[in-house]
Design a protein around this ligand. Structure first.
Ligand code: 8DG
Ligand code: MN
Ligand code: MN
Length: 368
């Protein structure tokens, strides 16, 4: 183990964008425990130690082998004293306590509904609600449109989307899009681009060859999906993009491009091989799927692709690396060199990595 420690110490960067993290996580017992602690902290609104646990889990995901002894973590970045108890016996009593804690379990259930965050979940919990059945049958619980859809399609949405289903969604959207604009293009992004076999949604970037036509394209795609009768829910967010604005200092998960968060009705007939991820007793022949579409201007495509491919931790560290190590600001819109006061143009993700002086990391190596 001492040897493993030495090898790792000299090679593991504190930045996820300088590590290659595949889906083959050899330290799942530890990272699962960290993720429970992260969830707990996010429920209780204490974001400070949260990031430390996220970084620790991310470092562990990148390691080529399982940590077997406490000493193996010596010299690895982001694995300080505060997370030592996780390694003792490969479990931690705090995590086990949480798993059987009624409040934690209820918060987990409520926040698993599309449109429900920790604040709403907490409110429901304090009203004495414990199950989704109780939430929907309470006459005085106010639900917004997103939460109503989230509850209505809960069983489908909480079931993972397979790659075959994601591809079926892709064919439907591509066909719809090409009816409107034959020269428009579509790129699979998010977790499926990183090689995941299942996702909680499907993420696509729509793009037009000329900047400026993308917002109208997205609106027309949505109209056509509605006309086809497969649009179960649509939250459209219009462009708030300002070309003059340079990337801002802080990590922003959201961008200013036109986008929509959808729930689509996916017909079993359109899915190749495996069919739908439905329960065997489910005879409907369709399922609801969450789909995100974003339509950046053509000259911002590379930054958006890099931003939407994730993982969130990879993105966070890319931006932190750019800022702290290069004096640059990166977001989904642009890359700005603060020392030279210039925007750095990019047609591809490779261009952005090159500007940052980073080795290129393939999408399937960004599962940080
Ligand atoms: P999953 O769906 O399989 O669970 O994983 P994922 O694909 O990695 O997660 P995601 O929640 O779909 O987000 C994919 C990436 O998109 C993530 O790195 C964050 C990024 N993203 C942006 N802007 C926005 C935005 O405005 N909304 C959302 N929902 N995601 C955004 O860069
Ligand atoms: Mn996704
Ligand atoms: Mn998404």
């Amino acid at each position: 183990s001492q040897q493993l420690g030495t090898v790792l110490t000299s090679r593991v960067s504190q930045y996820a964008c300088q590590r290659r993290t595949t889906l083959d996580n050899r330290n799942k017992i530890f990272t699962d425990a960290f993720e429970v602690l992260v969830e707990h902290l996010e429920f209780s609104d204490s974001k400070g130690p949260c990031l430390a646990f996220k970084r620790a889990a991310s470092v562990l995901k990148s390691l080529p082998s399982t940590l077997r002894h406490l000493g193996d973590a010596d010299g690895l970045p982001c694995l300080g004293e505060h997370c030592r108890d996780i390694f003792e016996c490969g479990k931690c009593s705090r995590v086990e306590d949480l798993m059987c804690n009624e409040k934690f379990r209820t918060m987990k259930l409520f926040t698993s509904v599309f449109g429900v965050g920790p604040k709403t979940a907490e409110k429901w919990y304090h009203r004495g609600l414990r199950t989704l059945q109780e939430v929907v049958s309470q006459p005085n619980v106010h639900l917004n449109k997103m939460q109503r859809a989230g509850l209505l399609y809960y069983r489908d949405i909480s079931r993972g989307i397979s790659r075959a289903e994601a591809d079926a969604v892709g064919r439907i959207i591509a066909e719809t899009m090409h009816c409107i604009s034959p020269s428009a293009t579509m790129t699979l992004t998010g977790g499926f681009r990183r090689g995941k076999a299942f996702g909680h949604d499907v993420d696509y970037i729509l793009s037009t060859p000329e900047s400026g036509a993308e917002e109208a394209l997205l609106l027309r795609v949505i109209d056509r999906l509605r006309y086809q009768g497969i649009l179960l829910y649509c939250d459209y967010q219009e462009s708030t993009f300002d070309k003059e604005r340079i990337p801002c200092r802080r990590f922003e998960a959201m961008d200013h491009f036109p986008k929509c968060f959808l729930i689509l009705k996916l017909d079993a007939m359109t899915v190749e091989d495996g069919g739908l991820q439905n329960n065997p007793e489910d005879q409907r022949g369709w399922r609801a799927v969450r789909v995100d579409l974003v339509a950046p201007p053509a000259d911002r495509y590379a930054y958006t692709l890099l931003g939407w491919t994730g993982s969130t931790q990879f993105e966070r560290d890319l931006r932190r690396f750019a800022r702290l190590e290069r004096g640059m600001l990166l977001d989904n819109h642009a890359l700005y060199d603060r020392n030279k006061s210039i925007l750095l143009p990019a047609k591809t993700e490779e261009d952005i990595f090159a500007h940052l002086g980073l080795e290129y990391i393939e999408p399937w190596q960004r599962n940080a």
